[in-house]
Design a protein around this ligand. Sequence first.
Ligand code: LLP
Length: 511
Amino acid sequence: FSSYFSMRDGCLHCEETSVTDVHRILQDDFPGRDSPFFVYSQNQIVENILAYKQPLLSLSNQCILGYAVKANSNLSILKLIRQHCDTAVVVSGNELKLALAAGFLPENIVYNGCGKTLREIDHAVSVGCLLNIDSLFDVAHIGKIAKGRGVTVRVLIRINPDIEVTAHPYISTALAQCKFGIGIKEIDEVLRYLQDQPKLRLVGFHCHLGSTIERTDVYRKTVSSVLQVVETVRSMGLTDIQYINIGGGLGIDYKRHAKRTSPFIKPAFLDIVFRSLQDGKAETDIIAENILEAFENQHKMTPEEVSEIIRSNLQQYPHLIEEFEKQLEPELSHQCPTPSDLVASVKDLVEGKNISLILEPGRSVVGNAGVLVMHVIGCKKNGHKRFLITDGSMTEVIRPSLYSAYHHIELAESSTLACGKAVYDIVGPVCESGDFLGKDRLLSVPHEGCSVTMFDVGAYGSVMSSNYNSRLRPVEIIVSGRKWAVIRKPETFGELINPQLLTITSEDKKE
Ligand code: LLP
């Protein structure tokens, strides 16, 4: 993926638009609610969709690309995606309404979820969505509604294949102990239940392994095991099976910026050095001081110079040199697979099997297309730790707090103060120590009011935002070239308080 965000003329640009200029206008239009704000790049989103569509064309059976609405459900973004992608994947009644409002045809909407209410199922069935069966009770619920309405409903069975992916446990979804899907051994039972539901037409199987997946072999493993199920089911006479839906989950390279700018000596390594060298001897103290000095000045040196200082000082501590080398490896060697790699990894398995693939990406469509622009409220130091406190917080992007997720953070304007760099935790004003956006980041020393950018928050940023501490949801804009538009107005205090003004008591109900 290329990036549509760049630093030019001392400030952040999204495509051809200066984000600083946009901010000035937001200050006039929404005083006091102009920061933080989300900025999306329209062309990045379109490019990300094409990155999926092109490789899918190489498969002989027609495949379906469905956008997972949950990643970013802003109506304007959905409308944009709809222009380039026919199918939407939803997980709630309101997401279904949004997808319909954005112009997705009901028959091109896949409805997933382990807890679909009867009301939600009724809506999905009435408009004609493809529904996922996630449990035995789902068969009964969907079957009952289909019968009541006298319509045939196309369904997929969501399989839980018990496959491990390297993702945070909260977003790994295909292990036996997760709440999602139906274990391969229990599929027989579901098929028996389905026989009693003449209005449910089984057209395929679904599987979603988890999110932030950084390897394609797990998709290959999934397709192999789902294909076995397909073959068994077809041999039982169920000839309607057309689809294998392999879910979403492809990761994006959140650390791609960090490869350019992250400290060569990381704070974690410094910690290890200090703990190992605590023997009270004067010469070890000098070594520790030398390493600290190199850490603090590393941005002025080449990686080779830093490396030389580490190696010469730690000659007598080969295990520390080993640690130093270890901390370099992951960032330099890591590369996230592309949609094209994903399709290539399963292509030979599905070719000739009379199966259409369904893909449901969310993050890889919108993730790298959005940033959060924040402003510095102030800097402070507690002990040896420096904090940069911004007006953005966990209420806008909860991923670092919830999953210890890494998002690259940079000053969005070139610093006017020429006082070098320092290591900061970037935190918000929210009343929790868990309110952080980035830890131990090497940044130019910022001035108050200076703008700071958090990257790759186009997916699971705004959609997971909250009103905690009675904070208001921020303004969102989308950029295309030199043009831009507000696609979500900043929330007002009125919108926050209005639903609370009218109280309905049990006494009112009695009247
Ligand atoms: N299909 C199903 C059935 C899903 O459950 C999900 C995501 C997707 C598709 C889209 O996955 P994606 O391509 O976006 O990884 N809040 C978490 C992510 C939760 C994902 C839930 N399911 C985060 O911020 O990382």
